[in-house]
Design a protein around this ligand. Sequence first.
Ligand SMILES: Cc1cc2nc3c(=O)[nH]c(=O)nc-3n(C[C@H](O)[C@H](O)[C@H](O)COP(=O)(O)O)c2cc1C
Length: 228
Amino acid sequence: MKIIIINSSPRQNGNTAMMCEAFRQGAMTATPSPEINTIHLNDLNFKGCQSCFACKLKGSARYGKCSLRDDLTPVLEAINDSDCIVLASPIYLMDLNSSAKAFLERLCFSLGSYETGYRSLAPKNIVVVTIYTMNTAEPLSPTSAMDNADAFLSHIFSKTHRLCAYDTYQFADYSKYVIEVFDEAQKSKRRARQFPQELKKAHALGAKIANRPLPDACLLRHRIGDNA
Ligand SMILES: Cc1cc2nc3c(=O)[nH]c(=O)nc-3n(C[C@H](O)[C@H](O)[C@H](O)COP(=O)(O)O)c2cc1C
């Protein structure tokens, strides 16, 4: 099984990266071990969709493929050959961050056709996991932004499995920053109690997906309704 983990957070040791790593470690418990490639979007030089419409051109060999050439090109090509992708984004301004959105524009616009029913041009129904981490507690989380991203990915590939880490810790030492709107003691309590549970869920989902026989994994499109 080939798994590609895409972390859009600029912080390579932050909350989002930790959730990705927990998923990776869970997946690595499978036998045989999956091939896992972790991509940090912040290391790549790439743009969002340039609206060139080459992916929609009649009779073109590039139909359904993004024609923009940059550091994201090999990642998009590798996704077509993978069995599972994980898209992990911190929430910025009540939305996915800009790198995650640029990535989604390139991936979903080229593979989502304008044919009847917006037919998906993805070569197979790969398993998709989304991971979102955010400062807010669950009742204030931006569900519509997460739902939008998941809806596109579900349409293109297969129904997404979503993991969320709420009320995350932003600073290693809150005393160094001007913070009046958060209760540090409350946050630290939650960090100790809740975040390990969220990491555990990411680990468990990684193990569950990587241990599933591949033919089943490819049939997930309409059967999986259990967003973790
Ligand atoms: C520019 C910026 C905007 C943010 N906006 C939000 C927001 O709208 N809602 C929220 O819950 N958290 C927001 N956060 C907090 C992050 O989503 C949160 O701390 C996240 O877990 C950071 O992930 P990381 O540790 O992987 O960088 C924001 C952080 C930054 C830097």
